[in-house]
Design a protein around this ligand. Structure first.
Ligand code: FAD
Ligand code: UQ1
Length: 445
């Protein structure tokens, strides 16, 4: 609240109005240069979307104009954690110092945002300092909410349980997989939106393969307990995954939501979402938890949030619906598509176009089509490369049937993708595979 007071004061002292009309909307650029630190563009969050947009904005505006607010010393390439949990990669290979990812000429404010005050174009960071901006890009990602499951996160102190979703628990997945002897290997999917909705299944297919390779498969009941009512939102890939679960004797229980872990007894309690009040308890010899997820409180409690707490942006332009000088990208937004780094890539190109137009008082032209992708790892050398758009229709890059398990796509996921991420997306030069798709589909229907 101290920040709000400061912002109000600076606003009152510098009443110069710089509102400019963009179509029918007014930019809230009233207290520019009013508070202690000012940047033309402030990016909140230095993950995939935040660094990609910092690089793009620096290219457009030059050095000294852009700041990124990010508290973490380490930047993680999270998609690699699927392979780390299965013992196929080391966690260290997913990490780089944040400092090395910040584009030169962009100021890194090593702090976390405590409060948004978009009516006064200002935000407050952890040490009480206020930062003002002309344009704000929110790229906060989402919050993992392990504590919403009774018995977690403390249950991770016991063996046999892991989660690929956090750097603190991903190596526990690999340990649990190696320690598995016999019984139930259970993989969960929560009753909330998640990032990379394929990841809860990917580790299951890898684990099932591992059990086969190590001669333990006959002693393992591989179980997917999911809150959802189907395996995947796009029919083409759903059917392929249903066939895999049948062929590999994997039990799928729909509308089962993990509510409690009794880690000392190796028991997991699920509520049956279609029979309110009914629960079922499973013994496990391995448990992979995908935690509930949601927007961070700081965003939820701000005027930038929709009724649920996600950043309320236009699905075509990524511009905020109420504050036209505010934009959003990635997992923190309410864009009605699957939350992935691939989606961030597609969004970064569109958002760059949107902001460039807004800066020139012109109307945005480029529209985001909802492109997202999920490399569905089905073993240690196969992937089904799901790619689709807002309408949940396949939008595939390669002119081959991507609904099939392919080793080529596995190497694309495990070798090419990290390179594209570090040297393409984070440098602001990879805006998703749309240009490649168009080229490869020349002459095809
Ligand atoms: P993030 O990259 O999470 O960045 C958010 C940043 O905001 C973080 O650096 C955080 O420290 C910072 N932050 C948080 N709070 C504050 C605050 N108060 N102030 C300032 N900064 C703050 N995607 C794919 O495309 N393909 C895959 O195969 C894939 N597999 C995945 C597998 C796993 C196990 C996981 C966990 C994710 C996977 N993803 C995959 C998803 C992908 O990693 C995310 O969708 C992507 O990182 C989202 O980018 P973002 O910028 O929105 O959020
Ligand atoms: C992608 O662009 C991307 O972001 C860099 C990912 O995140 C790591 C992906 O997993 C995928 C699949 C894409 C899409 C890229 C191609 C070449 C299909």
């Amino acid at each position: 609240m101290a920040c709000a007071a400061l912002c109000v004061r600076t606003f009152l002292h510098v009443p110069k109005l710089e509102a400019c009309e963009i179509g029918c909307r007014t930019l809230h650029t009233t207290n520019r240069r009013a508070s202690k630190e000012y940047y033309d563009v402030v990016v909140v969050g230095g993950g995939a979307g935040g660094i990609a947009m910092s690089a793009r904005m620096k290219r457009t505006l030059g050095a000294g104009k852009v700041a990124v607010i990010e508290p973490s010393e380490t930047h993680y390439y999270q998609p690699l954690w699927t392979l780390v949990g299965a013992g196929a990669k080391q966690v260290a290979t997913s990490a780089r110092p944040t400092a090395s990812t910040i584009p030169s000429g962009v100021k890194w404010i090593k702090s976390s945002v405590q409060e948004f005050d978009p009516d006064r174009n200002c935000i407050c960071v952890a040490d009480g300092k206020e930062i003002s901006y002309k344009y704000l890009i929110v790229a906060l990602g989402l919050e993992l909410q392990f504590e919403k499951v009774k018995g977690l996160p403390e249950g991770f102190g016991c063996p046999k349980i892991g989660s690929n979703y956090s750097v603190h628990t991903v190596e526990k997945t690999w340990k649990a997989l190696q320690d598995f002897k016999e019984g139930n290997a259970i993989f969960t999917f929560p009753n909330t939106p998640v990032k990379c909705a394929g990841a809860p299944q990917k580790i299951m297919y890898l684990s099932e393969t591992y059990f086969r390779k190590t001669g333990k498969r006959s002693k393992a009941n591989v179980i997917f307990n999911t809150s959802l009512e189907k395996l995947f939102g796009v029919d083409k890939y759903r059917i392929a995954l249903e066939n895999i679960t049948k062929d590999r004797n994997i039990q799928v229980n729909y509308r089962h939501n993990l509510i409690e872990v009794k880690a000392d007894k190796q028991e997991a309690v699920f509520e049956k979402l279609d029979n309110p009040g009914e629960t079922i308890t499973y013994k496990y010899d391995m448990l992979h938890v995908t935690p509930p997820m949601g927007p961070y409180e700081v965003q939820k409690n701000s005027p930038l949030a929709d009724s649920v707490g996600w950043l309320d942006v236009d699905k075509d332009t990524l511009q905020h619906k109420k504050y036209p000088n505010v934009f959003g990208i990635g997992d923190c937004t309410n864009l009605p598509t699957s939350k992935t780094a691939a989606a961030v890539a597609g969004q970064s190109a569109v958002l760059h176009g949107t902001i460039s137009k807004i800066m020139k008082n012109e109307k945005p032209i480029k529209k985001y089509d909802g492109y997202t992708s999920c490399p569905l790892v089905t073993s240690y050398n196969t992937v089904i490369l799901a790619e689709f758009d807002y309408s949940c229709q396949p939008l595939e890059t390669f002119p081959i049937d991507q609904g099939k398990e392919r080793w080529t796509m596995f190497y694309m996921k495990s070798i090419a993708m990290p390179i594209i991420y570090w040297y393409g997306l984070l440098k602001g030069i990879w805006g998703g595979p749309a240009p490649i798709r168009k080229l490869l589909h020349l002459g095809f229907k």
